[in-house]
Design a protein around this ligand. Structure first.
Ligand code: HAM
Length: 510
């Protein structure tokens, strides 16, 4: 088969079997976020390129290398969203939501696009579950975002997810610190990789993200933001650590964590999984007090996070996390012939109307392949409607697990008839299973007793035979010795008597 177009590199098809896992994690995430008061927001996948330039920064990797940018038919410079926060903040400002009562607690599941080198956990199209507290000024908002992210991982059964946090200065203390960092890297520019050399002028704190060994050696001695925090930033960071502690979450302060997006100030954090060859950030976030102003709106202090859905799923699978089973097909209707098909359409329609998962033949198969299909989809009940059933207005409803059947009337009350008979057949199936289990247990116990008795007799017989053989051997071994001794003694006595008699006779002759 040669398709005229195949899937693009770094993009995925999420097909049934996999899509249910996605649905499950999305459901858990949304439920959990709702507990914290979050509501869903949806924004377009395409925005004006300028939005992302201003939000994430002209010198960020996203803007410099990774955006899918093009001119639309109207000649506008647009880009596929590389992340969710910028679009959400734009939407808040544009719709005037920020004039309502603050904070706004918003969540979204959005596809994002970054032209990166595809590898495990890194795609060109990926999904982010995002949470934003817009207008959450207090440090408690940072703590709430982190606590909510962590509670999602806990609910999904993830283990050993590490939280790293850092404080990266606010607009008040940032300039002094950035100037120091720039000076430091300027002095050590010759030791940096080519990419980082170009970062020294444009965005020196980005050098902290570099994984190049020679850069890492230099980074070790670079000035750390934690030592240059203003009073407010220092307090904010200390309070945040206290609040996270109150939520029972372990944290590590990583003084080199900056994250590659320009809009962050004060708090940045990541949740990291270490179970693979390389540490993998499954979630990243932080505070962004200047973003709304940066894109032309009023200043709204905000904080948020983004969870990479693909990475989350990969870690869950690696850790053997459990996913729920799908709802099975409750009844499969197998019609044979035109009138039966019409009846099957009616029955299945009515069953589905009351929430019963019903399926019917959509292929026009004969009865055998229809039953094969019913088995394949693991239908709990089946009903075959042929010409005779149509005439009698009755058919056999079969419980596929127990094989039990019951006659079901095909009339306008089919749904009620089905529900009643299903309950009866389910009960019989349960008692059948219980009986089977009991019988199995009984048989097991009986077999055990029999085996024990058999073993006992066998070992008794074996012991007896063994003892007999042993006695025989022993007595055989014992008897020759006894006989020898007895014979010797007898012969000795006989010889002595004979000698004595002989010497007596000799004496008499002398
Ligand atoms: P980010 O760290 O760029 O932050 O992305 C958030 C998460 O998206 C990452 O931790 C990772 O799990 C996932 N992710 C990023 N790039 C890829 C990729 N190429 N393939 C697969 N997964 C990926 C943001 O985007 C911020 N908007 C988060 C935020 C929200 N900050 C405040 N509010």
């Amino acid at each position: 088969m040669k398709l005229i177009a195949s899937r693009l590199r770094g993009m995925q098809d999420i097909i049934p079997g996999e899509s249910e896992k996605w649905e499950y994690i999305e459901k858990v995430m949304k439920e959990q976020a709702k507990l914290y008061g979050f509501r869903v927001i949806r924004t377009p996948a395409v925005e004006l390129t300028d939005l992302f330039k201003r939000a994430t920064g002209e010198t960020s990797d996203i803007v410099e290398k990774e955006m899918y940018t093009f001119n639309d038919k109207g000649g506008r410079d647009v880009s596929l969203r590389p992340e969710g926060t910028a679009g959400v903040v734009r939407a808040v400002l544009e719709t005037g939501m920020h004039n309502q009562v603050l904070p706004l607690k918003l969540m979204y599941i959005s596809s994002c696009y970054r032209y990166e080198k595809p590898q495990s956990g890194r795609y060109r199209e990926f999904y982010q579950f995002g949470l934003e507290i817009i207008g959450g000024n207090a440090t408690m908002a940072d703590a709430e975002i982190i606590d909510l992210g962590n509670s999602i991982f806990e609910r999904l059964g993830l283990k050993n997810i590490r939280l790293e946090i850092n404080a990266i200065c606010c607009e008040g203390c940032r300039d002094r610190y950035f100037a120091l960092v720039k000076k430091f890297f300027e002095l050590n520019k010759h030791l940096l990789c080519e990419t980082c050399q170009s970062r020294v002028e444009r965005n020196p704190v980005r050098i902290f993200d570099c994984k190049n060994e020679s850069c890492k050696k230099v980074i070790r001695f670079a000035p750390l933001s934690l030592r240059y925090l203003c009073r407010d930033c220092a307090d904010h960071f200390q309070f945040l650590k206290n609040y996270i502690d109150e939520c029972g979450i372990d944290l590590t302060v990583n003084p080199h964590l900056f994250r590659g997006l320009d809009y962050y100030s004060r708090t940045v954090f990541e949740f990291i999984d270490d179970s693979g060859a390389e540490p993998l950030a499954i979630c990243g976030g932080g505070r962004y007090n200047n973003l709304s102003k940066e894109i032309g709106g009023v200043k709204i202090n905000s904080v948020g996070l983004g969870i990479g859905m693909e990475r989350l799923l990969e870690v869950m699978k690696k850790q053997g996390a459990k996913f729920p089973e799908n709802k099975p097909c409750e009844i499969y209707i197998a019609p044979l012939g035109g009138p039966a098909r019409r009846e099957a359409v009616k029955i299945s329609h009515n069953l589905r109307k009351v929430g019963i998962r019903a399926e019917l033949d959509l292929v026009g198969r004969f009865i055998k392949p229809q039953m094969k299909y019913a088995n394949k989809i693991k239908a709990l009940y089946t009903i075959v409607i042929g010409a005779k059933e149509m005439e009698d207005k009755k058919a056999l409803l079969k419980n596929m697990a127990s094989g039990q059947t019951a006659e079901i009337v095909i009339d306008d009350n089919f749904v009620e008839n089905f529900l009643r008979l299903r309950e009866e057949l389910d009960k019989t199936a349960v008692s059948q299973i219980e009986n089977q289990t009991e019988n199995r247990a009984e048989n097991q116990a009986k077999n055990q007793t029999e085996n024990r008795a058999e073993n006992q007799i066998e070992s008794q017989t074996e012991n007896q035979a063994e003892n007999q053989a042993k006695n025989q051997v022993e007595s055989q071994a014992e008897n020759p010795a006894k006989n020898q001794v007895e014979n010797q003694a007898e012969n000795q006595a006989k010889n002595q008597a004979e000698n004595r008699a002989q010497s007596q006779t000799e004496g008499q002759i002398k």
